[in-house]
Ligand binder design. Structure first.
Ligand code: KIV
Ligand code: ZN
Length: 391
């Protein structure tokens, strides 16, 4: 059976770069854009060109160097934004304009002081105008997560008629539960005329920690593009993490869904973005955190040493991590101590291990972690058992 392709739309350089303190200069954006192209993303959202001359410049430079991915620029639903985005995308091999407007009653009433009818009219006008510059126009219905489904369907139908090629259904505030978000996508699939001719896109925020789960629910109900960022960075609590969605689909092959991502580059790409943005991910971050493949309790270490899959569902090599790590702490058992000692050159007999282990525990109790230098120290320098153990 042929597998369905899920398009990966990376917005690290737009939604991700909105994070306070994560601002990048053009040179840094180019480094990241080239890496994203190499990683195999389908779309790079390079920025919001009307927002500043610096962003305009960065988008146009990125448009010149990206070889494979679509380069996309964000706009609001007005002519000036769209003209400036089109200008910034002039040199892109595959340009896309991403335009849209808030569709929830909250946005319509409080942000625009407008009406549903006027918002539909603006959406149609924006998409039609963007189409005069590029073929590929993505429409976002901002705050779709809190938009009434029947009205959202009306907006979607209208912009499809105007030529939108992709429909972005953002859960802008990260409010939806996975079943609600999935049902919303299904409602659109079932009720919007012409939807079979466009790609539905998920853009989920992480305010309740559900961004990745919601994106997956969207895919399971018919969406075929996911908007995401490296390390899940983005406005407030962030966006769906690219590395999570990609590995979820890879580790669940029965879903029959593929991305074109070279997963072996995920870890290095994460580090590259951390370095340039100055935003370090937490150690327990899925896929790319320092502890994602680290085992520290004795029971787990013993299991992993016997067979990695006992406690690991991902082969670290698949995401570019050399190997699982066995961390020595006071919770470690003999198996872990023997394993790590062997890695630094000491092949211990059972008797030697039994003699060393109590000393190791005393030492480990005084430290957070026992490293390779500590192991040498324990076994050679100050070891009261040295003469009898005879290393
Ligand atoms: O979260 C959101 O709604 C957005 C749109 C501008 C696509 O980032
Ligand atoms: Zn967003």
């Amino acid at each position: 059976m042929t597998r369905n392709n899920i398009q990966i739309f990376d917005t690290t350089l737009r939604d991700g770069e909105q994070v306070p303190g994560c601002k990048l200069n053009t040179e840094q954006k180019l480094i990241i854009a080239k890496r994203l192209d190499l990683l195999g993303v389908d779309v790079i959202e390079a920025g919001f060109p009307i927002s500043s001359p610096g962003d305009f410049h960065a988008v146009s430079e990125i448009a010149k160097v990206v070889k494979n991915a679509i380069v996309c620029a964000l706009t609001r639903a007005n002519k000036k934004d769209i003209e400036v985005a089109a200008q910034a995308l002039k040199y892109a091999k595959y340009p896309r304009i991403h335009t849209g407007i808030g569709t929830s009653d909250s946005h319509i009433i409080h942000k625009f002081n407008s009406t549903r009818e006027k918002v539909i009219a603006r959406a149609i006008e924006a998409v039609s105008y963007a189409k005069t510059f590029v073929d590929d126009v993505e429409f976002y219905a901002e705050d779709a997560g809190r938009t009434d489904n029947a009205f959202l369907a009306k907006v979607c139908e209208a912009v499809i008629k105007s030529g939108a090629t992709v429909l972005n259904i953002p859960d802008t505030t990260g409010y939806c539960l996975p079943n609600e978000y999935g049902d919303k996508i299904k409602y659109l699939v079932d009720n919007v005329k012409g939807i079979e001719n466009v790609i539905i896109s998920c853009h989920c925020h992480n305010d309740l920690g559900l961004a990745t789960a919601n994106a997956i629910a969207g895919i399971q109900n018919g969406a075929r593009q996911v908007e995401c960022t490296i390390n899940g960075i983005g406005e407030r609590a962030g966006n769906t993490a690219l590395e999570e969605v990609v590995m979820i689909l890879k580790q669940h092959p029965y879903l029959n869904l593929d991305t074109g991502i070279n997963t072996k580059l995920l870890y290095d790409t994460s580090k590259l973005v951390q370095y340039h943005m100055g935003m370090i991910v937490q150690a327990n971050k899925a896929i790319v955190g320092d502890n994602a493949f680290a085992h520290s309790s004795g029971i787990h270490q013993d299991g992993v040493i016997k067979n990695r899959e006992t406690y690991e569902i991902i082969n670290p090599a698949d995401v570019g991590v050399n190997e699982s790590s066995i961390i020595l702490t006071a919770r470690s058992g003999r198996a872990a101590l023997a394993y790590r000692a062997k890695n630094v050159g000491y092949e211990l007999t059972k008797i030697q291990l039994d003699m060393l282990y109590p000393e190791f525990l005393n030492y480990a109790d005084k430290r957070k972690e026992v490293n390779d230098d500590d192991l040498h120290y324990l076994m050679n320098i100050n070891n009261p058992l040295k003469s009898s153990v005879n290393f």
